[in-house]
Design a protein around this ligand. Structure first.
Ligand SMILES: Nc1nc2c(c(=O)[nH]1)N[C@H]1C(S)=C(S)[C@@H](COP(=O)(O)O)O[C@H]1N2
Ligand SMILES: [Mo]
Length: 521
């Protein structure tokens, strides 16, 4: 009885020793990262690796469960995994030294592999993982030794514990807890400093972009006034964000450059000032994510300030046999965009530096991103873009292509009901039904609404800004008490009707009419 309680308590001690050592590992790694290799944080590198390797369905599950907090959820999961592994290392080190240290070394090797292979890894990217492994191992050996001393003091003792044993055990607990807590403070402090002192936020705030040569003209009637309807322009703070970056890349415009290479007559490299000096114009374009479900909110409309991609490609001289541009981000992300979508005179594909009257927000690609009308973001809208490689679909593959998504993906004609919200209750009488519809590069011709099995009724449309943006639509409904289904469908200017059949988002975007249940009381 007494013995088994003792064994249990010394097992908890061993777990504590493991956890404290893990904290020391991470603190030493973060501190080293802060000093010599900003991008070398093992926890972020391992997290980034996990993001790249988790199977697609799991990624979708994470996005649908945690939404914009999906990355926090991943880091929390990772922290829990580290804690469990650390506890195991502690127990092993107490029972069979140096097995615990072996576990730490394996974790160190995995961190090392992740940090040095991350895109953007610098010359000292190995240092944080190595420093962490050494510090973590030393902590584990010392703490385990201390713990064993406490155990030995009690071994073979009569049931009444001698005082030295109690003191020794208490001494261990204090030391282990203090070590763990101070390592946690140092580690979190270093991480916070690393994130904040990158100071790109300050650079962005100080940046003054020249006024646009041309602005977007907003016709009368471009915005309908209905409660609950999405605004014509999505405020930056509300604009959806989708990317694989665990932490937002910090890119200084002063050191940023864009390289145009591959199948070109001459390699071109342009800096931020040069790009801006080419002359900036405003373009209204509605961006859409391939992961947007029917009725979903992974779509937003903004005024982008930028330079046509075709002007930059022209400087390099594109070879005639190329058919794709592989755009690459500082974080290693790549997108495959058909060359024609970037070079056709009728399409305003741009390198954007501004969004809704401000420099691009950091999470939307500061300082430069691509925006291409009519193509889902994953094949066109590369954020933090630094390279345009002119190539062919046969020769190159983008990030999502081996992960279950099509290499080419035009945005599908869609419409969405914003109000009444699905499942809403409204009072009988005149109820506005309203939403948005988009068919980038083609334009929306008509939106129709059907209540229950009634006839399709044509909605009123807002005056379109252009063919690359969504339009708002509205239909006033004489709502009678009861439960009703409201369905919407759109027709584009080429006469195409929105596809009724529901299909999943993979491999190239969802289809289906949105149908919502509204209760009228
Ligand atoms: N560097 C980088 N750019 C990226 C992505 C990414 O994961 N990394 N995701 C793309 C996807 S899937 C979409 S839908 C758009 C979203 O842009 P937003 O976050 O500004 O709305 O960015 C695209 N550009
Ligand atoms: Mo996307």
């Amino acid at each position: 009885m007494e013995r088994s309680r003792e064994r249990a308590s010394s097992r908890y001690g061993a777990m504590l020793a493991g956890a404290a050592s893990a904290a020391v590992f991470l603190a030493a790694a973060e501190l080293t990262a802060l000093l010599v290799a900003r991008e070398g944080s093992p926890i972020l590198a391992v997290g980034g690796f996990v993001v790249d390797v988790v199977p697609q369905p799991l990624k979708e599950f994470a996005i649908s469960t945690f939404g914009e907090r999906d990355k926090d959820a991943l880091l929390l999961g990772l922290a829990l995994a580290v804690l469990v592994a650390a506890a195991i290392a502690g127990v092993l080190e107490r029972l069979r030294p140096p097995l615990g240290v072996v576990v730490v070394a394996v974790a160190g090797a995995a961190s090392l592999a992740a940090t040095v292979t991350r895109p953007g890894a610098t010359a000292f990217a190995w240092a944080p993982a190595v420093a962490g492994t050494i510090a973590g191992s030393v902590a584990l050996v010392l703490l385990s030794r201390r713990l064993r001393r406490g155990d030995d003091a009690g071994a073979g003792a009569p049931s009444e514990a001698p005082p030295e044993k109690g003191t020794s055990r208490r001494g261990f607990l204090v030391i282990a807890a203090l070590t763990g807590a101070s390592a946690l403070v140092v580690g979190l402090g270093a991480r916070a400093l690393n994130a904040a002192s990158s100071s790109v936020t300050a650079l962005r705030e100080a940046l003054r972009l020249p006024s646009p040569r041309s602005t977007v003209s907003v016709p009368d009637g471009a915005e309908l006034d209905v409660d609950g309807l999405s605004p014509l322009f999505t405020p930056n703070a509300d604009f959806y964000r989708v990317d694989t970056a665990l932490t937002v890349p910090a890119v200084d415009p002063a050191t940023w450059s864009l390289v145009v290479d591959g199948m070109v007559d001459r390699r071109v490299e342009i800096g931020f000032d040069e790009l801006v000096a080419m002359g900036l114009d405003e373009y209204a374009i509605t961006l859409t994510c391939v992961s947007n479900e029917v009725g979903g909110d992974l779509v937003g409309n903004a005024i982008w300030l930028g330079v046509p991609v075709r002007d930059v490609l022209r400087m390099a001289g594109v070879r005639p046999d190329a058919d794709m541009v592989l755009s690459r981000s500082v974080d290693g992300y790549t997108a495959s965009t058909p060359l024609a979508s970037l070079t056709d005179d009728g399409v305003d594909a741009i390198l954007a530096v501004g969004m809704n009257g401000e420099p691009l927000p950091l999470e939307h690609g500061f300082p430069v991103r691509m925006v291409v009308p009519g193509l889902y973001g994953y094949v066109s809208a590369t954020k933090w873009v630094t390279e345009l490689k002119v190539t062919t679909f046969a020769a190159d593959e983008a990030y999502w292509t081996p992960r279950g998504y099509s290499a080419e993906a035009p945005i599908k004609l869609s419409s969405r009901i914003d109000t009444p919200r699905a499942g809403a209750s409204v009072t009988a009488g005149r109820v506005p039904i309203a939403g948005v519809a988009w068919a980038q590069t083609v334009g929306i011709e008509r939106v129709e609404v059907r209540v229950d099995d009634g006839a399709w009724q044509e909605a009123t449309l807002s005056s379109p800004l252009n063919e690359d943006t969504w339009v708002q639509w509205r239909l006033d409904w004489d709502a009678e008490p009861g439960a009703h289904y409201v369905t919407v469908r759109a027709t584009d200017k080429d006469g195409g009707i929105q596809v009724e059949e529901r299909t999943p988002i993979a491999p190239d975007g969802a289809t289906g009419w949105q149908r919502t249940l509204v209760t009228v009381g």
